[in-house]
Design a protein around this ligand. Structure first.
Ligand SMILES: Nc1ncnc2c1ncn2[C@@H]1O[C@H](COP(=O)(O)OP(=O)(O)OP(=O)(O)O)[C@@H](O)[C@H]1O
Length: 327
């Protein structure tokens, strides 16, 4: 079995003068949940359509489940891919099960067992005989995902699966996707919601204006991003004028001035009563020593990480997003 469920090299798609995709090297590891994230119009749907063979790329190569697009075996590989790219046109008066029978059969030979298994995977077994029109938004979307799951695909591609759902529906669908990942399926999920990708996915690819600007395990991209410290007055600072008014804010500013002057010139920011320092966690001991030598005691020292949103903004704007780090 191939290491990559999807692999593209130099995937490029131009629509006339519109450069929808530019030299995309996707690496979607088998058995992982991969979030493909980018703003509207960044090229996500074009990339998905290219992978599924729905549009012809300008250049570049595509491999799905280890098989090259264009090779004789590619249709067989695609048969092991379930996709939800557009909302299926379900019939309101039919039950969920009958809808799967009707719409599923347009793609392949579908047995009742396949349908029951797909319904069970999305948690709709109990409601399978109810009419579609009585389903909640979340149930409707789960049924759409069930359609993509018929026949046990090895790879499931979902284009913006939580779009248009209310918060309950969003939760249902996110849980479902995590459950699919836990069963060992590869899920490729596109989203413009960074928070969603951070919550649901193991891997992420960030696309901005047709270019893949970052790719890798979510945990690696969200590695620790600095240290946040709080200081309290040491003995020498007790009774200091700064210790009366605006107490901790003033101490934080004093600490920031000291840290800024360290030989490695770290970036420092005062955030209320805390100081954020752009430094790896192993600098904690040095910071403690320097501040203590000047009568400032560290009362709290926490490594902080950025959210995917901050990371994305840094990439998108080409500069460090100042502040707003969270623990
Ligand atoms: N058939 C087409 N003809 C011309 N331009 C197109 C066509 N399809 C897409 N585009 C353009 O290609 C770029 C990428 O579009 P695409 O739909 O792939 O982005 P997306 O990230 O999926 O956006 P969204 O989240 O809004 O669907 C956009 O500038 C879009 O206008």
């Amino acid at each position: 079995m191939s290491e990559w469920a999807i692999r593209t090299d130099g995937l490029t798609k131009h629509y006339g003068r519109v450069r929808a995709l530019e030299e995309i090297h996707l690496r979607v590891p088998a058995g992982r949940i991969y979030g493909f994230v980018g703003p509207n119009g960044s090229g996500k749907t074009t990339a998905i359509a290219s992978v599924l063979g729905l549009i012809r790329p300008t250049r570049g190569s595509i491999e799905v489940l280890g098989v090259c697009q264009g090779s004789r075996d590619f249709p067989a590989a695609l048969a092991q891919v379930g996709a939800l790219v557009q909302a299926p046109a379900f019939y309101p008066y039919l039950s969920g099960r009958d809808n799967l029978r009707v719409l599923g059969s347009t793609r392949s030979m579908v047995s009742d067992r396949d349908i029951d298994e797909a319904l069970s995977m999305v948690g709709l077994t109990e409601r399978a005989n109810d009419r579609y029109q009585f389903y909640s938004l979340g149930m409707r979307q789960r049924l759409a995902i069930a359609l993509a799951l018929i026949g046990h695909p090895r790879l499931v591609i979902l284009d913006e699966p939580t779009n248009g759902l209310d918060p309950f529906g969003i939760q249902e669908v996110r849980q479902l996707i995590r459950g699919l990942g836990a069963q060992g399926l590869t899920v490729f999920l596109s989203s413009h919601l960074l928070y969603e990708v951070e919550q649901v996915c193991d891997e992420v690819g960030v696309i901005v204006q047709g270019r893949l600007v970052a790719q890798g395990p979510v945990e690696e991209l969200l590695r620790t991003r600095g240290i946040r410290i709080r200081v309290s007055p040491g003995e020498r600072h007790n009774g200091h004028p700064e210790g009366v008014d605006g107490h901790n804010g003033a101490l934080a500013r004093a600490a920031a001035r000291l840290i800024e002057q360290l030989p490695w010139r770290p970036r420092v920011q005062v955030q209320g009563e805390s100081v954020w320092v752009d430094a790896p966690p192993d600098k904690g001991a040095e910071l403690t020593r320097v501040l203590a030598s000047q009568g400032l005691w560290i009362s709290e020292l926490v490594p902080v990480r950025s959210t995917l949103e901050q990371y994305f903004m840094e990439l998108a704007t080409g500069r460090q997003a100042e502040g707003g780090v969270r623990s």
